[in-house]
Design a binder for this molecule. Structure first.
Ligand code: ADP
Length: 368
């Protein structure tokens, strides 16, 4: 059992810099939680407070129901993997993994058993006698993870562990860490600024901005029902499009007026938008929810001009302009577009999301 709970946790550095504000998070036993957000938003500080590496200014951190605010890091039964690996250069891979256990005076044969086990899990058995400098970045990262595994911790903490690796290796290590989570069946907390890592690895995403948690939920919940415009724009690549439109009631139905075109609102969204009659809102549409309209000029679509064409192989990203605003569409690669083409795209209005112009909060209620 290793449940991690944060209750009203805050951090102020040097009595001046507020890094984390009122964080309330529950990470269940065996869950893979990812803290994600732009650089400087307080993710690492939160992780370091869980690890005991940073003093907690306000609130409570509990591990398995036990208050750990004043417990030294070594007693928290937590292992942390850092971005810079922090391996000892003069020690072999074996010694690097065994070192922490020796300090704890664990018997030699038990240390050997654990190191061999970690080496097998991570497939680094053939490097055990090498020094870190004779390893690739990915192999070093595996040793850093191995050093955490041998401790048999209750909770694994990862602080941007893949940032120093090239793009291809990152994808591979990402899958390895996910697979490791399933094999070890342990609670893991992972910090990253990369929303793709968050989407692909997490059971639960904790989205941060400016020291404040914006939303907590499964990857698809945040993708499909972002609680505010920030989360909507941060999760997903290319990001969600936001068009400023005016809500208008016409003949008993709600429509959206962009100036150069009008759209009818999906019937189930009408009641939530009624109170915005006459006001501007942000209409959020994901790039994959814009469908190319063969019947150019149809009344239901958005008239656009093509400004950039990016063929990616599996699909093509199109940058498109209304008369005053820009949006991005993801289209099939077989259809060839040229810069300057006049085209028409129809949004899947049932997938549309709306955000208040002032508060930037989601307007549609989130389903239970
Ligand atoms: P993230 O991990 O999201 O990039 P951090 O938790 O590292 O963000 O930092 C959050 C904020 O706290 C930033 O504004 C950062 O400059 C500040 N900060 C981090 N560490 C310290 C420190 N030791 N002293 C003062 N300010 C710090």
């Amino acid at each position: 059992m290793a449940k991690v709970e944060l209750k009203g946790v805050g951090k102020v550095y040097d009595g001046a810099v507020r890094a984390v504000d009122n964080a309330n998070i529950v990470i269940e036993d065996k869950e893979f939680a990812v803290f994600v957000g732009p650089s400087g938003c307080g993710k690492s500080t939160t992780l370091r407070m869980i690890a005991g590496l940073e003093e907690i200014t306000e609130g409570e951190v509990l591990i398995d129901g036990e208050l750990v605010n004043d417990m030294p890091p070594k007693d928290r039964n937590i292992a942390m993997v850092f971005q810079n690996y922090a391996l000892y250069p003069h020690m072999t891979v074996y010694e690097n993994m065994a070192f922490g256990l020796r300090i704890k005076k664990i018997p030699k044969d038990e240390i050997d058993r654990r190191v061999q086990e970690a080496a097998r899990i991570l497939d680094i058995g053939k490097f055990l006698e090498r020094k870190p400098k004779a390893l690739s970045g990915g192999q070093r990262q595996r040793v850093a993870v191995g050093r955490a595994i041998v401790r048999h911790p209750k909770v694994f903490l990862f602080d941007e562990p893949l940032s120093n690796l090239d793009a291809k290796l990152r994808v591979q290590m990402r899958a390895e860490i996910s697979s490791l989570h399933h094999r070890l069946d342990a609670t893991m907390i992972y910090v990253t600024h990369d929303q793709v890592e968050a989407m692909t690895m997490a059971d639960k995403i904790v989205g941060y901005k400016d020291g404040k948690i914006q939303q907590i939920g499964s990857p698809l919940r945040l993708y499909n029902y972002p609680g505010n415009k920030f989360v909507a724009g941060f999760i997903g690549s290319p990001p969600m499009n936001f068009l400023t439109v005016t809500v208008t009631e016409e003949g008993g139905h709600i429509a959206l007026d962009e100036g150069s075109f009008k759209l009818n609102v999906f019937a189930e969204h009408e009641s939530a938008l009624k109170e915005y009659d006459g006001k501007e809102v942000y209409l959020g549409i994901r790039p994959e929810d814009l469908l190319f309209n063969e019947d150019n000029g149809a009344a239901s679509g958005i008239p656009l001009s093509v400004s950039v064409v990016e063929p990616l192989g599996a699909d093509t990203t199109l940058w498109l302009n209304t008369t005053t605003q820009s949006i991005v569409a993801r289209t099939e690669p077989t259809r060839l577009f040229k810069v300057g083409d006049s085209v028409n795209f129809v949004p899947r209005m049932e997938k549309a999301r709306y955000f208040d112009k002032e508060t930037e909060l989601a307007i549609l209620p989130t389903p239970a």
